[in-house]
Write a protein that binds this ligand. Structure first.
Ligand SMILES: [Zn+2]
Ligand SMILES: [Zn+2]
Length: 260
């Protein structure tokens, strides 16, 4: 019925504002509600899921309308980039990998995201650098590397987690991989616009077939019983890599800051 009215009423935009205001009355702090905010609060899910049991280098601070997630950027899992002899060292996957001499170092990352992420009217393209943060505090990058798109000389340096350090020894994920997500519905982290990103499947075990140009759609997830916009890891193999890029394209919402 509401959908029908939406199309019938000439002043559709005004009705949409009223509808959004009404639909958010289940929020306790009604005084903070405005039509410009999203309707789903991510605070509890962020607080419950961001942690790094190995480095203990991840923390969450909640402010009035925003959440700051801080991290050192080091992973909580095995990778060759800890260095030979380290207790968390493991070999590269397969035999055909580049011989990287790079190691990982610590950063003071702070990602600031809204408590109630909302759709942006203009969808800003993601760029080189952190586009989000995995739940263990490691930055998520898109399908760019250096001056252009990911090429074989880059994905040839990935560990089993689809990750590698950049020139500044900044470890980051590009693709699906062990310890993060492999053909599942895992919550991976949040992008800089505050919307969550999942593995390639929805929680019912199916591959989503209605993703928009930004790689997401609106629906309930294992973490959000109220329908929320969420991204999925791409279901298209990237070039000849055999890998699935976590995020490419534009943000659905307004990009927050990611300082380092
Ligand atoms: Zn990279
Ligand atoms: Zn989904």
């Amino acid at each position: 019925m509401k959908r029908i009215l939406y199309y019938l009423i000439p002043t559709a935009s005004l009705f949409l504002i009223l509808f959004m205001a009404c639909s958010s009355t289940n929020v306790d702090s009604a005084d903070e509600d405005t039509a410009s905010e999203g309707s789903v609060d991510i605070t509890a899910v962020v607080q419950a899921n961001y942690r790094n049991d190995y480095t203990e280098g991840v923390s969450v601070q909640v402010n009035d309308n925003s959440i700051q997630v801080s991290s050192t950027g080091l992973p909580d899992h095995k990778t060759p980039y800890w260095g030979v002899g380290h207790e968390m060292y493991e070999d590269f996957p397969g035999t055909n990998h580049a011989n990287m001499n790079t190691s990982m170092t610590t950063f003071n990352y702070v990602m600031t995201i809204p408590t109630k992420p909302q759709e942006a009217s203009y969808k800003e393209e993601t760029e080189l650098g952190p586009v989000g943060m995995a739940l263990n505090g490691v930055p998520i990058y898109n399908d760019y590397e250096g001056g252009g798109m990911l090429e074989e000389n880059a994905w040839g340096t990935f560990d089993a987690s689809g990750a590698h350090p950049g020139p500044r020894e900044d470890y980051h994920y590009h693709c699906e991989g062990t310890y993060l997500t492999v053909d599942d519905a895992n919550l991976i982290g949040f992008l800089r616009d505050g919307f969550p990103i999942y593995g390639r499947k929805d929680m019912d075990g199916t591959y989503p077939d209605n993703l928009d140009d930004n790689g997401g759609h609106i629906g309930v997830t294992a973490d959000f019983s109220d329908a929320i916009y969420h991204y999925h890891t791409s279901n298209d193999v990237y070039s000849t890599s055999g890998l699935y890029v976590i995020k490419s394209g534009a943000y659905y919402g307004t990009k927050g800051t990611f300082s380092q």
